[in-house]
Design a protein around this ligand. Structure first.
Ligand SMILES: [Zn+2]
Length: 335
């Protein structure tokens, strides 16, 4: 299981970030039995069915992939109203998700990163935001941005700032407006609203100085080519990234062929062998060295001083989980 020793606790030598990219697979892995009320997360190819979008679209679209439907309909100007209604229904569908009472992978994730670190999520669901919200009183949370919008957040049209949906801006006291969701069409406009624009700008800046990059459940689909281009540009040529590490978390028990496919979109970023892939987030540097991933990886590869791996307690209450992290939060506050 491992315990925090003094070296581990006091080593806060890195200011460079650990960046985590979250895709739909991360939410699926975190909520295999659905939300608090057993409501299941949809897939792109069953969203029309589970969110009853056929009531608006017509039954001929049942069973089709929402990305393809959106791409087709968005090219037809006469379908604007239908698309707006579909968007509203998708928003409402995702908005109702509630975190289970017991800790989830997302609780472990937000507790395992520091304020210098960043989670950039493509997901619309509210789970990550809510996990950060229920843990932020115990210690510093990582920065979080939503690359395709999110149902849990709203933004101020003046400042621009974002925060919990339905709250007021702490700068100008104006009511936040709901986040826009970016729909899965090929040409996404990342400058469409101020929150999305700022999310991409925060990600770009963090990627340029990232030491460890973890890609969790994000398959980099062809419809996200623009996103991949931004990653590549911000990361720079892999030849100049000879110290950094990239980790990919995919579904468990993949064949070597499937593992190669998962790696493919990221090949331009990976420097030679500075790459690993895991079927579980718990095997990543992120979770074996919570809140000290960069320091511990540096110690292992540059100083040849491997540290004992830690194991975040699972199947305990949220209170017990936060208590396990307490020594590390205390050490961070002292520094
Ligand atoms: Zn404001």
């Amino acid at each position: 299981m491992g315990e925090f020793d003094e070296t581990y606790l006091s080593d806060l030598s890195f200011s460079r970030p650990h960046v985590v990219i979250l895709g739909a697979g991360a939410s699926l892995a975190s909520f295999p039995n659905g939300d608090k009320n057993g409501k299941k997360l949809p897939l792109m190819n069953d969203l029309i069915e589970v969110a009853n979008l056929n009531e608006v679209l017509g039954n001929e679209y049942l069973g089709q992939n929402i990305e393809e439907v959106f791409t087709t309909l968005s090219q037809d100007k006469s379908k604007i109203e239908i698309l707006q209604e579909v968007e509203k229904r998708i928003f409402n569908y995702f908005e109702d998700f509630e975190l289970p009472d017991e800790p989830t992978i997302y609780d472990h994730l937000v507790l395992s990163l520091r304020g210098k670190d960043l989670i950039a999520s493509f997901n619309w669901d509210p789970f990550l935001f809510k996990a950060a919200q229920r843990n932020c009183h115990v210690g510093e949370m990582p920065k979080i941005v939503f690359l395709h919008g999110n149902v849990a957040i709203g933004y101020c049209t003046t400042c621009p700032r974002f925060g919990e949906k339905n709250s007021v801006c702490s700068m100008c006291r104006k009511h936040y407006v709901d986040s826009d969701l970016l729909y899965p069409i090929g040409e996404k406009d990342y400058d469409r609203d101020p929150v999305t624009k700022s999310a991409w700008s925060v990600l770009r800046k963090s990627l340029s100085s990232t030491y460890i990059l973890t890609i969790f459940g994000y398959r980099a689909p062809a419809s996200d080519q623009k996103a991949l281009d931004i990653f590549k540009e911000a990361w720079g040529p892999s030849t100049q990234r000879d110290l950094e590490e990239i980790e990919i978390i995919h579904r468990p028990n993949l064949s070597q062929e499937d593992k190669d496919k998962v790696r493919e979109p990221w090949n331009a970023l990976i420097h030679t062998h500075h790459y690993s892939s895991f079927g579980s987030i718990y095997d990543s540097l992120l979770m074996t060295y919570p809140r000290r991933s960069c320091e511990s990886f540096w110690s292992m590869v540059m100083e040849l001083k491997p540290r004992e791996e830690l194991e975040i307690p699972k199947k305990v209450s949220l209170e017990a989980l936060q208590k396990w992290f307490k020594p590390i939060f205390v050490a961070e506050k002292k520094s």
